[in-house]
Design a protein around this ligand. Structure first.
Ligand SMILES: [Zn+2]
Length: 349
């Protein structure tokens, strides 16, 4: 499993909450929805690449640093995946160590880079500086801004769901975010909220995400570029322009692999009919130790939908703080971009 379902949903929840607060930036995110959603996934998770390659036919399998499951290993011998970069070939683990903290800011840094960590209460300043730079250095188009807003969603929601920051009350099956409850979170999010509540066409949304271009702004907010702009003034440390070419290869690889990964996840989300009703894949049922019907009941009992509502509110609260610090975001036309109904129709013609 991976975060593609959860992070895309966080982007939509944050956007709906921002719409309810009448934040003008919500219109901008709706207008560039694919880039906004891409920012919420590809904008932070730089480890979107295969985990391994089958020896017999070179077929790629798995995801980043996540160990392969029994089913994948049973299909034949594999060798570890390595990405060819200007600095030689790198494993997903090495890529994670070098770049993960730069994109997640509040956590995920190695010991050597620990001083670059951005404390939670400095995030609004960091984000607002990035928005200023998106307008001044990467504009006048607003697509980079929408992408950066998606990245904000990821940084905030990852910290909340992983418990680095309080704000989400959830005890689902065996905790807030555990290997055992992640399939429950994904299945409930995918079917009950995504399809039933939001009328979401997940395959179309993932396909749109995979088509979005790499944003040069990402090198800037990860400080893998020459130090400049508002961010360079406010956070003068940790800029490493020498990492730019390697990061460029990684971000391109993320764009290439995300659609393959999305297909794996979509297959994992499939349900089939049984005499007792809908059932999910055996592998997920074994991981969780519950039937699909029991998973739905567990999610409802744990108030999972409420936890997701809290998530949307926390994201919108961060958007509000950013808007206070970057007043130009408040002067955007509030009703810009398509409505939710138009978006749903475009994905479900
Ligand atoms: Zn992440």
């Amino acid at each position: 499993m991976s975060g593609i379902v959860g992070h895309s949903m966080d982007a939509l929840l944050g956007l709906k909450a921002a719409d309810e607060r009448r934040l003008p930036l919500a219109g901008l995110a709706r207008k560039h929805l694919a880039s906004y959603v891409a920012g919420a996934y590809l904008g932070s998770d730089i480890q979107i690449m295969p985990e391994a390659v089958y020896e017999k036919d070179g077929r790629e399998v798995g995801f980043g640093t996540v160990p392969l499951d029994k089913g994948a290993l049973a299909r034949g011998p594999v060798r570890p995946f390595r990405l060819t970069t200007p600095e030689g070939s790198l494993s997903p683990r090495q890529i994670h160590e070098r770049f993960y903290g730069r994109a997640h800011l509040v956590f995920g840094w190695t010991q050597a880079d620990a001083a670059l960590r951005v404390p939670w209460d400095h995030l609004p300043d960091y984000f607002a500086a990035v928005m200023d730079d998106a307008l001044d250095l990467f504009g006048p188009g607003q697509r980079p801004l929408a992408y950066a807003l998606g990245w904000v969603v990821h940084v905030v929601s990852d910290s909340l769901i992983k418990g680095m920051q309080p704000g989400i009350d959830l005890n689902l099956v065996d905790g807030r975010y555990t290997p055992r409850n992640r399939p429950v979170q994904d299945l409930y999010t995918f079917h009950e909220i995504g399809i039933r509540e939001f009328h979401l066409n997940w395959p179309a949304m993932f396909a749109d995400m995979a088509q979005t271009p790499v944003e040069p702004l990402q090198f800037h907010y990860m400080r893998c570029a020459a130090r400049r702009g508002a961010l360079g003034r406010l956070f003068p440390d940790g800029w490493q322009p020498a990492q730019e070419p390697t990061l460029g290869v990684i971000l391109a690889e993320n764009r290439r692999y995300v659609i393959h990964h999305a297909q794996d996840v979509l297959a994992d989300m499939e349900l089939h009919d049984t005499p007792q009703g809908k059932e999910c894949r055996d592998s997920l049922r074994e991981t969780v130790g519950l039937t699909y019907a029991e998973m739905l009941m567990a999610a409802e009992k744990a108030g999972f939908r409420h936890a997701l509502w809290q998530m949307g509110e926390q994201i919108a609260a961060m958007f509000e703080q950013i808007t206070h610090r970057c007043p130009r975001l408040a002067s955007l036309p509030a009703d810009d971009g398509p409505s939710w109904e138009q978006i749903a129709k475009q994905w479900n013609p």
